[in-house]
Write a protein that binds this ligand. Structure first.
Ligand SMILES: Cc1cc2nc3c(=O)[nH]c(=O)nc-3n(C[C@H](O)[C@H](O)[C@H](O)COP(=O)(O)OP(=O)(O)OC[C@H]3O[C@@H](n4cnc5c(N)ncnc54)[C@H](O)[C@@H]3O)c2cc1C
Length: 407
């Protein structure tokens, strides 16, 4: 049978252009994939399409040093200007992928252009989760996921004295830390009974709760937002308890959901994340990597979607290897960090139904670690200002929960 390659078809159909590997999204995972492909000797064409007006950049500083120290946005770039052109990676910024015709192997951009591909990779990340409460669209209500969010947020923070932060996860707490360092009032509203419940264990939540309160953050646990108050501008928040808290600015930090709409519309299986197999494959010639991908963790026995730099980088490397003909199952021990004041939290593993907890060191010293076990196996370690405990924890979890190896 004679198979017509997309490249040949493009010449006949007059489509705009065709690329070997088309990456949707131009963030951490996309950048790593392009780099790893070139390092691995891939000589075909690579294109990255990103809807933000920036070359690939790192997001973690947005809620930490970048927010606090206000350096130029260039300092966030993952590679220097010119790198992508040198690597012959076509970078389309400010261009959103609108739809994918999988049968025709063609992506349509929101501006009407089309790109044909041989292999397609979704690296579309996440967006702030919708929070359907009255007043959410008022001026003075912000979220924080990208450079442009900081560009809007930072001047508003400068003009604000009292900040209400909805969500006591790591982003909310990192911003609260910056606010206190600037002597602004910060109130954190958390619906759960402890901060960072989704990512850290009880002792670590208690440590951060006490640390923030000690620095003057007003933390409200078990508090539910009823509305954001104000008519022309947010002036505060109302809780379901009836309490009202005045604020000059409201930051919504209630988590993210996967950008999987384009994939779902293209008929790929999605469930707050594009479902992929052990090799990050969503369908023949289609992969998904980074925050937007949901995959089965053999180590933990369930599907997971990770939002961390480790996963973006390592899953991208795994897909590069697969594309280069050396597929290896991707089954990571996840890890993650958060910086709050002078405290570095490093989390490794997942807190899945642990039955034993051990604290090593003294929280009063601001340096300790917590180990979580299930059936005698180490499944997670939270390390506070203790990089060694974190590194050892990663290695020990990898031994206790062995990596999946394809038959
Ligand atoms: C404020 C903040 C702080 C963080 N701090 C940490 C931290 O301390 N440690 C840590 O490990 N992780 C942290 N993270 C998470 C980390 O940044 C992400 O896990 C990582 O960026 C994921 O990489 P990605 O490439 O999957 O997605 P992203 O880097 O988010 O890139 C995805 C890109 O795709 C674009 N896109 C979406 N849809 C389309 C479309 N249809 N067409 C074209 N482009 C599209 C998006 O706009 C985005 O630019 C933080 C995230 C945020 C927001």
């Amino acid at each position: 049978m004679h198979v017509v390659s997309p490249a040949t078809r493009a010449q006949h159909s007059g489509s705009l252009r065709v690329v070997g590997i088309l990456i949707l999204g131009a963030g951490q995972a996309a950048a790593q994939l392009a780099i790893s492909l070139r390092q691995g000797g891939y000589g075909g064409s690579i294109a990255m399409v990103g809807d933000e007006p920036y070359a690939p950049y790192q997001r973690p500083p947005l809620s930490k040093a970048f927010l606090k120290e206000r350096p130029s946005a260039d300092t966030l770039l993952l590679r220097r200007e010119g790198f992508w052109a040198d690597q012959k990676v076509q970078l389309e910024v400010g261009a959103a992928a609108a739809s994918v015709d999988r049968a025709g192997k063609r992506v349509s951009l929101a501006d009407g252009r089309t790109i044909d591909y041989e292999t397609l990779v979704f690296a579309t990340g996440t967006r702030a989760r919708d929070l359907p409460v009255p007043g959410i669209a008022l001026p003075g209500v912000f979220s924080l996921r990208k450079i442009d969010d900081v560009r809007r947020l930072r001047p508003a923070l400068d003009a604000a004295k009292r900040i209400a932060i909805i969500g006591g996860g790591y982003i909310g707490l990192e911003v609260a830390a910056v606010m206190r360092q600037e002597a602004r009032d910060a109130t954190v509203i958390e619906a759960e009974d402890r901060v960072m419940k989704r990512v850290a264990g009880e002792a670590v939540s208690a440590f951060f709760d006490a640390f923030h309160r000690g620095r003057g953050v007003d933390i409200r646990l078990g508090a539910r937002l009823a509305a954001i108050e104000g008519s022309a501008q947010a002036t505060g928040i109302a809780l379901t308890s009836g309490e009202k808290i005045a604020a000059d600015l409201v930051l919504v930090a209630t988590g993210a959901r996967a950008n999987d709409d384009v994939a779902a519309a293209a008929g790929l299986k999605c469930d707050n994340g594009i479902q992929v197999d052990d090799f990050a494959r969503a369908a023949p010639d289609v992969y998904a990597i980074g925050d937007c991908a949901r995959f089965f963790s053999h180590r933990y026995g369930r599907t997971i979607r990770l939002e961390c730099v480790q996963n973006a980088i390592d899953q991208a490397k795994a897909v590069a290897a697969a594309i280069l003909g050396q597929p290896k199952p991707y089954d990571p021990v996840p890890w993650f960090w958060s910086d709050q004041y002078e405290i570095k939290l490093q989390i490794t593993g997942l807190l899945d139904g642990y039955d034993a907890v051990e604290t090593i060191g003294n929280p009063a010293d601001n340096r300790f670690s917590v180990e979580y076990r299930k059936g005698g196996k180490l499944i997670a370690v939270d390390a506070i200002n203790d990089g060694r405990a974190h590194m050892l924890g990663r290695r020990r979890i990898a031994v206790d929960l062995p990596e999946f190896v394809a038959a």
